[in-house]
Structure formats: C-alpha cells, structure tokens
Design a protein around this ligand. Sequence first.
Ligand code: ATP
Ligand code: MG
Length: 321
Amino acid sequence: MQASQQQAAGGAVPLHVEQFTLRRGPVAVLDAVSLTLAEGQTLALIGESGAGKSTLAFAAMGLLNEPGVAMEGALRVCGDDVAHAAEKQLRRWRGTRMGLIFQDASAALNPCFTVLDHLSEPLRRHRGYSRAQCRERALALLESVGIADPQARLKAYPHELSGGMQQRVMIAIALACEPRLLLADEPTSALDVTIQAQIMALILERVHALGASAVFVLHDLALATQVADRVAVMYAGQIVEEGPAKEVLNHPRHPYTQGLRASAVEFGAERLQPIAGVVPALSNMPQGCRFAPRCPRATAQCGERPQPRTMGAVKVACWNL
Ligand SMILES: Nc1ncnc2c1ncn2[C@@H]1O[C@H](COP(=O)(O)OP(=O)(O)OP(=O)(O)O)[C@@H](O)[C@H]1O
Ligand SMILES: [Mg+2]
C-alpha cells in the first residue's frame, strides 16, 4: 500500500454505519441501519430481494448522493462520511478507499474500451501513472487475477472475453489501486456454477492479500458461512440479526433468519419450508417490527420497533427471543 493511502485510511475502521437511514421520497429504503466492519474482516449481507442490500453497498460507494435520495445518520468509510461528501471527494475515494464489483461484468465494462483502457483509468487518475507504467501494472494485475496470456488480453474488448474472464477483469479494476474496502454485489450469481467457486476464492484471496475488508452481497447462505467472518441479515431495509457468520447461520435466533435457513436449498433441508407471506411494500410498512405480519412468534409488543439486543456475540432485533 502506498504511504498516501495508509494516511488516507488513517487507521480508521473501513466501514462504520450508525443509525443510517436512506429515503427515496417518503419511503425509507434503509431504516436505522448500524454495523461496523473491522480491518481485514469480511461481512455477508443476506436477505430477500428488495431488502436493501445493494442500496447499502451503493450508498457506501457514494453512488446514491443524488437529488431524491435523503440520507441521515453516519455512513463512514475509513473514517469519513460518504453520505454527505461532495462528488469531487468521492471520486478521489472510489478506487483508493472503496472498490465495487457488480453482479454482471458484461454490463459494467464499457464495450468501446479495451482491457488496458479499463485498467489504466484508475491508475492514471489516482496514481498519475504514465502509459508505460499503466501497461506494466495492468499486466501484473491480470496475472494476479489468473488471466492466461495477459499480453494478448490487454488489447481485448469485453465481448472478446468469457463471462468468467470479464469478472476477473472487473476484480482487477476494482482492486487496481488497493482499496481498503471492497463491496461485491452478488459477484458470482451471473456466472456458470462451475466457475462461481473459483471466482469467489479469487476475490477472497485478493482481499486477504491486500489486507482489505469486504462486504459481499449474497443469496447463498452456505457460501456466506464459508467466505464471511460476519453476517448481517436484512429484512425490508432493516438489519434484524448481525454477528459471526457461523453463529448466526448455524444457530439463527431471529424468526426471519430461522425462516431463511429453513427455506435455503443449500443447507440441504429435506423439506424446504418457504417463509409464508410476502415482504410488505415499502410505502406501506408496519410501524413496529417490519417482519411482524409474517412472523409466527408475533405478539402485541411487535407493534413497537424492537431495538437490537446483544446475545453473546450476536445482535438480534426481536421482542420474543
Ligand atoms: N433507483 C431506484 N429507484 C427507486 N427505488 C429503488 C431504486 N433502487 C432500489 N429501489 C428500491 O429500494 C429497495 C431496496 O432495493 P435493493 O436493490 O437495495 O434490494 P436488494 O436487497 O439488493 O435486492 P436484490 O436481492 O433483489 O438485489 C427496493 O424496494 C427497490 O425497489
Ligand atoms: Mg441487489
């Protein structure tokens, strides 16, 4: 890591989210979310579609600082509040403090630019590299993500690469300037199952090599226990349970986490039990616990919002534990 980057990181935690609420118009897409990720730690965000996982990852990249989106509370990356930073500042931080890997590399890569163009952009912008330096570093980056014949690949356009190779290129771009925090939004779900494990292992290996921290948005609970130190379970814009990944997923306490477990194919349940009902519309959320209308354990008290309770190493927001 360059000295300037070490200084930028300032020893502050890579990600600190506190009572963070994000509204689109009147609707709270994220509602009082709190979590902290320590240096070198990995976190999996799990939960049904629409829970707000991508929103949290995108907000941490500073990609939602736009009219129509209101943010309250703290969303700090390496000590600085991303939610209220100016675009100029964010452009300096994207790539050096935080990097993003999307689900679909073919949509994220620009079809008019070569692999070398893509890799050179952050290197020129953040490090002021010359063409020759960019080329040299780009070669090393392609090698580091396991791309064979990197010389030839530098000149390739995205459509000339397989899906797996495109994803490797995107990993190389995201990590080119050694960010402290990697955000990976379903990084392997668009890929063939046979290469999903390879790509996931590659991301983890690169993250560990950099000593960086990572947030993985995942649908696969078993994968979450394999790749993440911690897990945060999201439901309708709130974190309902958070703690060490194995503890949360092997001994789920929140009725929603228990429901997720029972409906997860990958845990090898003999008979899958889907969670009854559907997530309420964001415009029509219950006042108290958002899961209460679907919860088998709901009581009158659930009309009031449960505050997260600490149970051992886990935090759970439920009245009826
Ligand atoms: N650009 C947008 N404009 C309006 N609403 C949006 C926008 N992006 C997301 N939302 C809404 O915000 C909520 C959270 O969406 P988000 O994409 O963060 O969910 P997610 O947990 O990533 O879901 P998935 O697992 O399907 O990717 C959803 O209700 C979604 O409809
Ligand atoms: Mg998403």
